[in-house]
Write a protein that binds this ligand. Structure first.
Ligand code: SF4
Length: 434
């Protein structure tokens, strides 16, 4: 077995790796081979592959450095590898294969929404050159954030590991920052997708309309982050950038790939898991697994609560039939929080449905009953075509916030970002209009 030290996170592409040193086409071209992405493999797996190809293991570290720190998009640009080796890898169908930003929508408020093309194996485009529906996901860049991380301990952590060796490039594509561009942001939040579509069917969410089309691989999840880093010239260790796994999909229904992406980002880019928040609709086995993760890799946890009791929650989130609020809270209590860390409860205010002061009193009671340091993020529902809810009145939002705060619950109102480009919470549906 050539790649004997493969980690569990990469077993899904183990077969590809084993073939690394197989002979390529006789003519040396890669035309007849399916593309095989290196992006998504951790350093150990890359090292095992290099060994399998008759190269020293430290070549794997060079590859990891090139893929994740320097963020090089093409094998041919990895000049730390000998030219012959680069040619051999390419001839065997290997490519960097980092997901690419293929379309950008810019909001008046500075938010950007991206269509990101994944690592599909050869069916990315139809005969007309259109990218297939299951091949793209959405990722959102919010300069200055949306206040979602306020009060959850994000800003009290120790700095990330310094040492970004990124090379500045000017390729002129959608994934690269303009040369010499000045950063106009002090901090930023990236909203990352974990699946194409979603099976959870929350009634207020546009993504739910797509149904589940497929899970993203660990490389496709981490690749969204690095493509956005590249576009905005983010320097890990210096810039204040938070990740929220709150885009398309339910991360805990794609748990292994989601955590594979987190481990990759922590190990290979130096990002801190304390700069990452994963939001779940309440998938109890996923919360229990997260509670078992080592602190060095565990992102912070947000629960998408959205209702004051089981009756209302089951109406707007059918998943509540399977895992009611009490079961979710019991699982949440298994998470060992870091000093100053808080659990976040996300609460979408639906006009006339979940936004009464009496609802706020019930929510406060639920949160207190967890016995955990916690906070509530309020989100005024963002409208979407074909969804029959209404945005709450501003006075109702303020009353709700004041009632919760009056009950002693730290409460924050998330700013709607990028509503004009369908980038706000619950609006991600691969809408092509800007
Ligand atoms: S809110 Fe999240 S979990 Fe619910 S349907 Fe939308 S994407 Fe899925």
């Amino acid at each position: 077995m050539k790649c004997s030290i493969l980690t569990p996170a990469v077993t899904e592409i183990q077969n590809q790796l084993v073939l690394l040193d197989a002979a390529g086409p006789v003519d040396g071209s890669s035309a007849s081979l399916s593309p095989r992405p290196l992006f998504g493999l951790e350093a150990e797996a890359l090292a095992a592959c290099m060994v399998g190809a008759g190269e020293p293991a430290w070549r794997g570290r060079q590859l990891a450095e090139a893929l994740y720190r320097q963020r090089l998009p093409e094998i041919d640009e990895i000049t730390t590898l000998p030219k012959l080796l680069r040619q051999r890898l390419a001839a065997q169908g290997w490519q960097v294969g980092r997901p690419k930003i293929v379309q950008v929508f810019q909001s008046a408020d500075g938010t950007e929404r991206y269509l990101v093309q994944g690592q599909s194996q050869g069916k990315a485009q139809d005969a007309a050159g259109k990218i297939g529906a299951a091949e793209t996901v959405e990722t959102v860049w919010m300069p200055e954030g949306d206040d979602g991380e306020s009060g959850d301990g994000s800003d009290q952590e120790t700095p990330e590991i310094p040492g970004d060796h990124r090379q500045q490039k000017s390729s002129g594509d959608q994934n690269s920052p303009a040369e010499g561009a000045q950063k106009r942001w002090q901090r930023a939040t990236i909203c990352v997708s974990s699946q194409v579509g979603c099976a959870v069917n929350c009634q207020f969410c546009l993504t739910a309309k797509l149904g589940l089309q497929r899970n993203l691989s660990a490389g496709e999840i981490a690749g969204q982050v690095l493509s956005v880093f590249e576009r905005h010239g983010v320097e890990v260790g210096r810039d204040r950038v938070n990740l929220v796994f709150m885009g398309m999909g339910e991360p805990f229904l794609n748990y292994d790939n989601f955590m594979g992406a987190v481990r990759l980002l922590v190990r290979e880019t130096g990002l801190s898991p304390q700069r990452m928040t994963v939001s779940t609709s309440g998938i109890v086995p996923g919360i229990e697994r997260l509670a078992q993760e080592a602190a060095e890799f565990r992102p912070k946890l947000a629960i998408s609560l959205n209702a004051p009791n089981d009756q209302v929650r089951a109406e707007i989130m059918p998943i509540n039939h399977k895992w009611p609020i009490q079961a979710v809270m019991d699982a949440v209590r298994q998470v060992k929080l870091r000093p100053r860390e808080r659990i976040t409860f996300e609460y979408v205010l639906l006009g006339g449905v979940t936004d009464r002061p009496a609802d706020a009193v019930e929510v406060a009671r639920l949160v207190r009953r967890t016995g955990l340091p916690a906070k509530v993020n309020l989100i005024a529902w963002n409208p979407g075509p074909g969804i029959a809810y209404s945005t709450p009145r501003p006075e109702a939002v303020e009353d709700f916030r004041a009632t919760l705060a009056g009950e002693g619950i730290p409460t924050y109102l998330r700013k709607p970002r990028g509503r004009d480009i369908y980038a706000a919470c619950g609006q991600l549906k691969r809408t092509v209009e800007g």
